[in-house]
Design a protein around this ligand. Structure first.
Ligand SMILES: *Cc1c(COP(=O)(O)O)cnc(C)c1O
Length: 401
């Protein structure tokens, strides 16, 4: 099918819940993508950080192919020979006690919410159906009814109600507001260490540490959603490490599947995860051997190939150079590791014309939150590739200005 046919067929038959750039991709390798005409692009989105290991990583692919010929879905009604090793590797890497495996990031967050509520009733002693969870304005935790119910994005919520009660929202990064919102029925504080979809918003230094102290003092669980920030993106395995904080519940997903297979997980203490009894939670595909085999290799290459350290090193350089962009359109440049953003001054049409220009110059990036362009390439990016990207970004910006 020709390019335009593909696009019109998609538009005719598909739901309209995405507005992609009109580039039809056919191949990927490392940080590079190619469209159906053979044009090459440097991927600065990395599938919203689900491809930290780079496109079609050969070792992860080998595991996928091998495991797909052995056993893929025996179901959790039986045991399989892959799950235990995955638990071991993930716990070791993230310094966690226990794991609950799901598929999508949304499900991991839903699961974390269920666990926090159960802990609230069974351990903290909150009266039946009174549990409250504090979340942050401008959050993104997924698209389920419960989760969009506490979103502050009107577009994500509109016409989807009624929503689940039991959530209240405070400004992100505001420890005093958090403190004031905690009451005896508060079971958890749920936040992203850096807000991803909200536009790569970094809280003030010390915020997570202060949140940890408040949660300790008031017997509240600290739940950090690291679905996007986790697994090396910010230059550490988990972003919470930047502040030396350990959450009670951490969610990971996206890159856990190395860009090949959806898998997510809830990491928590014995105290929290031992509260779930057989039949109280689950998922048909959650923790299947294809997923866990792929995830183990995805974690292994992250470590073995120094991707986390590389994210710190290249991110520092990339960010410094982005800060040097000479453009009147730029309002702020921010980031940590390879999770970076250029925020533009607000104007009609937002950042879309810049993303279009970037595409014409061979860099694929997408606006988030209207005026923000996120730059989050795969963590395998080399210095030469960063320079290549920067050169194109400078040209694209000078063209739109
Ligand atoms: C992407 C994301 C999710 C949702 O993950 P899905 O796999 O799309 O369900 C949840 N939380 C955060 C922080 C995310 O970035």
């Amino acid at each position: 099918m020709a390019n335009t046919d593909t696009i019109s067929t998609e538009q005719r038959l598909g739901a309209g819940n995405y507005k992609p750039l009109d580039v039809v991709l056919a191949r990927g390798s490392g940080v590079w993508l190619w469209d159906v005409h053979g044009n090459q692009y440097l991927d600065c989105l990395a599938a919203y950080s689900a491809v930290n290991q780079g496109h079609c990583h050969p070792k992860i692919r080998e595991t996928l192919v091998e495991q797909s010929a052995k056993l893929t879905l025996p179901s959790r009604a039986f045991r399989d020979d892959r799950l235990a090793a995955f638990y071991q590797d993930l716990c070791k890497l993230t310094n966690s006690h226990k794991v609950l495996v799901m598929n999508s990031g949304t499900e991991a967050v839903e699961t974390a919410i269920k666990c926090a509520r159960k802990w609230g009733y069974l351990v903290k002693g909150v009266p039946e159906d009174k549990a409250e969870i504090i979340v942050c304005d401008n959050n993104f935790h997924g698209r389920s009814i419960a989760i969009v119910g506490f979103s502050s994005s009107a577009n994500s919520r509109a016409d989807f109600g009624p929503f689940a009660p039991g959530f209240r929202s405070v400004p992100f990064g505001d420890a005093a507001a958090l403190e004031a919102a905690i009451n005896p029925n508060t079971v958890a504080f749920l936040a992203e260490p850096i807000q991803g979809e909200g536009g790569v918003v970094i809280p003030p230094d010390g915020f997570l540490r202060r949140a940890r102290e408040l949660c300790d003092a008031r017997n509240v669980l600290l739940v950090l959603d690291e679905v996007q920030t986790g697994l090396g993106r910010t230059g550490r395995i988990l972003a919470e490490e930047h502040e030396g904080v350990e959450a009670d519940i951490t969610t990971v997903g996206k890159s856990l599947g190395g860009g090949f297979y959806p898998i997510s997980a809830v990491l928590a203490s014995e105290e929290v995860l031992s509260l779930l009894k057989p039949g109280q939670h689950g998922s048909t595909f959650g923790g299947n051997p294809l997923a866990t085999a792929v995830a183990r290799t995805a974690l292994r290459v992250l470590r073995e190939e120094g991707m986390v350290e590389n994210a710190a090193e290249q991110g520092e350089y990339f960010l410094r150079e982005l800060r040097g962009l000479r453009s009147n359109a730029v309002r702020e440049v921010r980031g940590r590791g390879l999770m970076m953003a250029v925020e533009l001054h607000s104007r009609e049409g937002g950042a879309t014309p810049w993303c279009e220009s970037l595409r014409r110059h061979g860099v694929l990036a997408k606006e988030t939150h209207g005026d923000v362009i996120r730059f989050s390439p795969p963590l395998v990016i080399t210095r030469d590739e960063v320079d290549w990207a920067l050169e194109r970004i400078r040209r694209a910006f000078s063209e739109v200005d």
